[in-house]
Design a protein around this ligand. Structure first.
Ligand code: CMC
Length: 389
């Protein structure tokens, strides 16, 4: 009856062709538009990589300067949208705030969200790149009860974001170049990762003809789950629990292996990588460096390293080819920067935004795009005669 086969979790099914990101999971290779992540990570800015992902080539100096300038011009949120934050409890999870605010953002641009109008599509990419960090910082400020700051458009993308998060109203904000560079690196490492769950969500929503705001709001929700982006928050929670339990790391690993209470080693394992996640390698190196440079010592970093060492030497993890993924060490760095744990996945979302936008645009420009509509294998009742009991 036309079924192509049952494939739980889409382990064997390609949903699209794409020219954006290449992964070889067995070898631990990740490339953006052909460029190895190791080369990109240490020589580009977040916006330069965003341009590369979206348009396929590295921008010229002029293109990058114009792009940067355009984004700076669009950072302000409509004043009315700020009331949106007041309507939510201060305990609201920042991921829920982020996703809802992105959905709400589209209401300010009705009449300008025609997916068949290239000018609208370009403008909304700029709007989203400019405003997502501001919304994210407001979600943070709201959660700690501090006043929102206006964006400072004299600053770079990353510095502006840090100031919006850590600056205090009417006090000068001092830029810390170590923190800026570290955050830029982490954001770059998250920019795209081909057809993961949130990107596939963005594409599925986009395939219906829904606009970028709707698609990305849905993508943020998909990212929030602990098996996906929410893992960076879950890792820190797990490390804290191990520390507070007074139990040994070895004992925790035993619990994972015995699948006691369904406990998993968060930040380990990946659908595609069956080798060390190349992003995790870069993050692990950065964690040591950044904590040293920021003058922070965190016993959770030592705990994470011990956990990694024990897991990698263990048959359970070796047989299943489970290695640390990108989420394993990022939280320790975000924590050292001063971000609350509940902001970690929001940082992932800001990182991933260019990838979502690039993938949405690729879908939008592809003449072969059709509405996404998976099949099912029906296992319910056969036809029955209607009769009430
Ligand atoms: N801890 C313990 N066991 C694990 C783990 C883990 N983290 N990950 C996989 N396994 C086991 C799993 O139980 C299964 O064992 P068995 O064959 O005995 O049933 C085997 O390894 C294969 O795992 P799977 O669940 O079939 O693999 P999957 O490809 O469906 O899931 C995953 C991939 C990332 C969801 C999973 O590895 C996981 O839950 N990891 C923890 C959460 C996490 O760190 N997620 C972040 C992923 S990377 C970045 C991102 O997307 O945000």
């Amino acid at each position: 009856t036309g079924h192509t086969g049952l494939d739980y979790g889409f382990v064997n099914t390609a949903s699209t062709k794409s020219e954006i990101t290449f992964i070889d999971g067995d070898k631990g290779i990740l490339r953006y538009r052909g460029y190895p992540i190791e080369q990109i990570a240490n020589s580009c800015s977040y916006l330069e990589v965003a341009w590369l992902l979206i348009y396929g080539e590295l921008p010229s100096a002029t293109e990058l300067a114009e792009f940067d300038e355009k984004i700076r011009r669009h950072t302000l949120l409509h004043e009315d949208l700020k009331h949106f934050f007041s309507a939510l409890p201060h305990t609201a999870h920042p991921m829920s705030v982020l996703s809802s605010a992105v959905a709400a953002l589209s209401t300010y641009y009705e009449g300008e969200t025609d997916v068949n109008n290239p000018e609208h599509v370009e403008l909304n990419m700029v709007r989203m790149l400019a405003k997502l960090p501001v919304i994210a910082a407001y979600a943070h400020k709201k959660s700690v009860g501090q006043a929102f700051l206006y964006p400072d458009n004299s600053l770079s993308f990353v510095d502006n974001f840090l100031k919006l998060n850590f600056g205090v109203h009417s006090e000068p904000y001092e830029i810390n170049p170590v923190m800026s560079r570290a955050l830029e690196l982490l954001l770059i490492l998250h920019e795209d990762h081909e057809q993961n769950a949130s990107t596939s969500t963005v594409r599925l929503v986009g395939s219906t003809g829904a606009n970028q705001f709707a698609s990305i709001s849905a993508g943020i929700q998909a990212l929030s789950g602990p098996l996906h982006g929410g893992a960076n928050e879950a890792v820190l929670t797990m490390l804290g629990q191990i520390r507070d339990s007074g139990q040994s790391v070895q004992r925790f690993v035993e619990r994972v292996k015995n699948k006691e209470d369904g406990v998993k080693l968060m930040g380990f394992g990946h659908r595609v990588y069956k080798n060390y996640d190349p992003r995790a390698k870069l993050v692990k190196a950065a964690a040591d460096e950044v904590l040293t440079e920021l003058g922070v010592t965190d016993p959770l970093l030592d705990l994470a390293k011990e956990l990694e060492e024990i897991a990698l030497a263990d048959d359970y993890f070796q047989e299943r080819r489970l290695y640390p993924n990108v989420d394993f060490y990022t939280g320790v760095i975000y924590k050292a920067m001063g971000f609350p744990t509940r902001m970690f996945t929001v940082l992932f979302a800001i990182g991933r935004l260019p990838g979502w936008l690039a993938q949405w645009r690729e879908l939008n420009l592809d003449p072969q795009t059709k509405i996404g509509r998976p099949q099912q294998l029906y296992t319910g009742s056969r036809e029955r005669e209607f009769r009430r009991n």
